[in-house]
Write a protein that binds this ligand. Structure first.
Ligand SMILES: Nc1ncnc2c1ncn2[C@@H]1O[C@H](COP(=O)(O)OP(=O)(O)OP(=O)(O)O)[C@@H](O)[C@H]1O
Length: 495
């Protein structure tokens, strides 16, 4: 059965917290041996303690103290005149190797006087055989450390329970329960402080053996060491069942707590959920295991409340910081949006002005185009009218026009015989020499008469309007009539 007053939650707490710190049992034993050896060397000086290394092995430690000289000298310094006469070594070395019997007449008295004095002081002792090969050096270490504590505490008696006066399993369990109960107040303290507190608590209770508890495994080992064999299965069974129950209980509570935090985070609720029970930080302890409310429990409750409040403050600070960052980001975005809005408004205004300018230009272009269209229409009308008038003029000039052109004399022709008597712009008089003068003279009228001196340009000037009438769609025919060699081809073709 679990000892009365022992809470498994405190056991689990203490065990898990100390598990990381606790080294192996061998390491702890070595550290204690080094501490004991170092203190003995310091007390007796380097000369006397030359055979005791600063970090002795188990055999070196045992052999260094085998003569009892160092032990007696140290004891006389802690408590003067405890060993009136110390048997000194004849040579430089006090090291007595294994195999050489510890001489009763030389050194036996040293160890015996030491053990008697130590026992009278109420300190834990050891057996003389522990100094022999195969002996328990840990008991020698415990004795030396107890003597060291005695010296450092100014000579107070540590307790009356010696190595040979082990408590019963029940008494041991009750003391462990007290120790575990006190650990409730140390849940928020560091491991070192926790270990020191544990040690001081043990010392104050007068139980030297409890000082070495550093982890759950150490506690169990020590508990089993000092327990009757027939009680071991029951104790282990109870411890395991309680540990499992407590572990499952804590898992359930942690799950509930995590779910609660998630719900709070989702709803932006800044408040941290209250513990299941005030001061318990969500941890429920079995009421049948803790029946009394002590000041230690109140301190633990206070610390847990402070821890809870600190957690709340941290979460509030984190939410506040995050909220401020989000607010700053939102303000920056708002400023950017305002800038973009201004730019957009300016672009809209510019676009509107541009659109108005384009509309005005398009309107002007339309007006110009309309004017051009009107002008073109008027032009066409005028042009048609002009064309009609032009051709009307041509008609008025005569649809059939007859022109007369007189060829000059060709080179080598005699100009004595000239048949043209007279010519003017519209008529020509021709002379026929074989007839009399009156009958031999005949006048002809033409639209125009061109004399021998008329050039090709003068002839074309009267023909050019007919070419325009051709382009206007009128039919025109120009032909030449005259005797051979009179100049028809020359007039029509020659440029
Ligand atoms: N106005 C003129 N000025 C100078 N020479 C001209 C003129 N008219 C005609 N001649 C010359 O008179 C000659 C005869 O002219 P052309 O051949 O044009 O006559 P034609 O009437 O066409 O003769 P045909 O009926 O035989 O064809 C040509 O040598 C030509 O150069």
């Amino acid at each position: 059965m679990a000892p009365e007053g022992l809470t498994m939650s405190s056991v689990v707490d203490n065990g898990f917290q100390q598990e990381g710190k606790a080294s192996s049992k061998a390491e702890e034993t070595s550290l204690k041996r080094y501490e004991a050896g170092g203190w003995l060397r310091k007390m007796v000086g380097v000369v006397v303690g030359k055979d005791l290394p600063a970090h002795p092995s188990e055999d070196e430690f045992r052999l260094g103290l085998r003569s009892g000289i160092i032990l007696c000298k140290v004891l006389n310094k802690v408590k003067p005149h405890s060993v009136p006469k110390v048997v000194e070594a004849p040579g430089d070395s006090i090291l007595i190797p294994d195999g050489e019997a510890l001489s009763a007449y030389r050194y036996f008295e040293n160890v015996r006087h030491f053990l008697v004095s130590v026992k009278e002081m109420g300190l834990p002792t050891f057996e003389i055989s522990d100094l022999e090969k195969g002996g328990k050096s840990c008991r020698i270490v415990s004795c030396v450390l107890a003597l060291k504590t005695f010296k450092e505490s100014g000579g107070s008696v540590l307790g009356k329970v010696g190595e040979n006066q082990k408590p019963s399993a029940k008494q041991f369990a009750i003391k462990i329960a007290d120790l575990f109960a006190s650990s409730l107040s140390r849940s928020s303290i560091s491991r070192e402080k926790s270990a020191d507190s544990l040690s001081s608590k043990s010392s104050a209770s007068g139980d030297v053996g409890l000082r070495d508890f550093g982890s759950l495994s150490t506690i169990v080992k020590e508990l089993l060491t000092d327990t009757m064999e027939e009680d071991i299965p029951t104790i282990i069974k109870t411890i395991l069942s309680e540990v499992m129950e407590e572990f499952q209980h804590r898992l359930a509570l942690q799950k509930e707590q995590v779910e609660g935090e998630l719900v709070n985070a989702t709803s932006n609720d800044m408040e941290v959920p209250e513990p299941v029970e005030p001061g318990m930080d969500g941890v429920l302890y079995k009421s049948d295991m803790v029946n009394e409310t002590t000041s230690t429990d109140e301190e633990a409750t206070s610390r847990k409340r402070e821890s809870c409040n600190s957690k709340k403050e941290i979460q509030n600070a984190q939410f506040k910081c995050q909220s401020e960052r989000q607010q700053m980001l939102a303000e920056r975005h708002q400023r950017d949006i305002q800038k973009l809005k201004k730019v957009l408004e300016a672009a809209k205004t510019e676009l509107h002005l541009l659109q108005m300018t384009y509309e005005e230009e398009v309107s002007n272009l339309a007006k110009h185009l309309s004017g051009l269209t009107d002008a073109a229409s008027g032009y066409n009308k005028v042009l048609e009218e002009n064309r009609k008038l032009y051709n009307l003029v041509q008609d008025l000039k005569g649809n059939i026009r007859v022109y007369c052109r007189v060829r000059p004399f060709l080179p080598g022709q005699a100009d004595s015989v000239n048949s043209v008597d007279h010519l003017d712009d519209g008529s020509i008089t021709v002379i026929t020499p074989s007839k009399n003068r009156k009958d031999g003279r005949k006048s002809f009228t033409f639209n125009k008469v061109l004399g021998p001196s008329a050039t090709q340009e003068e002839v074309f000037a009267d023909t050019q309007p007919l070419v325009r009438s051709v382009l206007d769609g009128y039919n025109v025919c120009i032909c030449a009539y005259g005797q051979t060699g009179s100049g028809k081809t020359h007039t029509m073709v020659r440029i």
